[in-house]
Design a protein around this ligand. Structure first.
Ligand SMILES: [Fe+2]
Length: 438
């Protein structure tokens, strides 16, 4: 693979892109380009922390899911002692894929080619003809599955093959303050409600990551029907109100939509709201009390959205959370994973109602998902056109805006919610990784 260090032309282009971001410009072609895709695999997904799974997907010993770090397939499994491991899903003997299922429960994995057997922790324990073939000399402990580093935050399991990566805590860099809105839905936190939807879409992962880093600008247009039908306790007239918060230099960003007079935490049952408040700090309670919609991206490709949604127009309805991962599988192409996160302590009835709201809005066939994907797929197609090579987009909103000093959350926080500040931060971090300077 050619990297930017061996390709002065790419290095110069990346330097130009990096400088442009600070001046509110970003090129169109990067949203569908083979060279950029290859570089991202090596320099970004090969280095950064990647989201693998939520702990509640594998609650029991032996539970596993198969997921990705870049183009590497991994088995994420809970061993007999309750520890989580992420191992490359590749036999050390000749490289066959070990586990063909997406999820299940197994204490061991046996390769279907020559029969090497590994514990779900990755330890090699079975080698056919060990005595006869290897004359007893093969040391099984040297040939376990290749392990990724993992680290967790509030149920989120992240992995990396980068031995030098700083801790997940440092990587998140204070964004935990905002993630708690999705992850601390009560004293026992949040859990997934069933397995994720996942599907392949002709959309570059970056388009989706940017949208969920706080694109409140598209909502009244792309999702106009939601306003017209009264599904949301908001209107196009007040929609720009709220904040855009980002962690400078880290790439993470969140949009916090605010509706004046909106009941804090509306959409949660009252008893649950009281419990949720106990799990949060006073600053978080104040910030989240002013939040109607929260839509954020953990750099590079993990996103969340929380929103009250009503099936009965005009009523508050229920709060739902979608957690989604944009797994790149080619230039201009990604596999979308979408989960519904619910409060662990809520009633089954509430969980079901939240899941229903999620399904109707942001699951695979959700109406909002369809609105977005139609736009994103077309945008991706346009980015590939020859004319797009020379085109830059304006990322000029909020260039001069100062931090809102009254706001009690961390990071660079600006008003209004309609702002490009989060996106400049996102693409700055992206360029830093591609330049090897993250
Ligand atoms: Fe959208």
């Amino acid at each position: 693979m050619t990297t930017q260090s061996e390709n002065p032309d790419m290095e110069a282009r990346l330097r130009d892109i990096r400088e442009g971001i600070d001046h509110g410009r970003f090129p169109a072609y990067v949203f569908n380009d083979q060279e950029i895709f290859d570089l991202e695999q090596e320099k970004l997904f090969g280095q950064a922390w990647t989201f693998l799974a939520h702990e509640s997907e594998i609650p029991k010993p032996g539970d596993y899911v198969t997921r990705y770090i870049g183009n590497n397939n991994l088995i994420v499994a809970r061993d007999e002692h309750g520890e989580i491991h992420a191992n490359l899903n590749m036999c050390r003997h000749r490289g066959n894929m070990m586990c063909k299922s997406e999820m299940g429960n197994a204490s061991h994995f046996r390769c279907s080619y020559h029969g090497w057997v590994y514990k779900n922790s990755g330890e090699l324990i079975g080698v056919p003809y060990l005595a006869e073939g290897y004359e007893g000399k093969l040391k099984r402990k040297d040939w376990g599955l290749v392990k990724a580093r993992i680290d967790t935050y509030e149920g989120l399991v992240f992995g990396t093959f980068n031995e030098d990566a700083s801790s997940l805590e440092d990587y998140l860099g204070g964004f935990q303050f905002y993630l708690d809105l999705y992850l601390k839905q009560g004293p026992n936190g949040s859990e997934v409600h069933g397995p994720p939807d996942h599907w392949i879409t002709e959309t570059d992962w970056k388009i989706a990551a940017e949208n969920f880093a706080g694109d409140g600008y598209h909502t009244p247009v792309a999702h106009q029907f939601g306003f017209n039908l009264g599904y949301f306790p908001s209107s196009g007239a007040t929609h720009s109100q709220g904040w855009a918060a980002s962690i400078p230099g880290k790439g993470h960003g969140i949009g916090l939509g605010h509706t004046p007079g909106f009941t804090p935490f509306a959409g949660f049952p009252d008893a649950l709201t009281a419990e949720i408040k106990k799990s949060l700090t006073p600053d978080q309670v104040e910030v989240f009390s002013n939040t109607r919609t929260a839509v954020g991206t953990v750099f590079p490709n993990l996103s969340f959205l929380m929103q009250p949604f009503s099936l009965i127009p005009g009523e508050t309805g229920v709060r739902f959370v979608t957690m989604r991962l944009y797994h790149p599988i080619g230039p201009g192409k990604c596999e979308m994973y979408s989960w519904c996160l619910v409060p662990k302590d809520a009633s089954d009835e509430y969980k079901e109602a939240a899941y229903q709201a999620y399904t109707l809005t942001f699951a695979q066939a959700g109406t909002f998902e369809q609105d977005d994907l139609e736009n994103w797929a077309r945008l991706t197609r346009m980015a590939k056109s020859s004319a797009a090579k020379g085109i830059e987009f304006p990322y000029l909103m909020g260039m001069e805006t100062e931090r809102d000093e009254d706001f009690r959350g961390p990071g660079h926080v600006v008003k209004p919610y309609v702002n490009d500040s989060n996106f400049r931060n996102l693409w700055g971090r992206w360029a830093d990784y591609l330049l090897g300077e993250a």
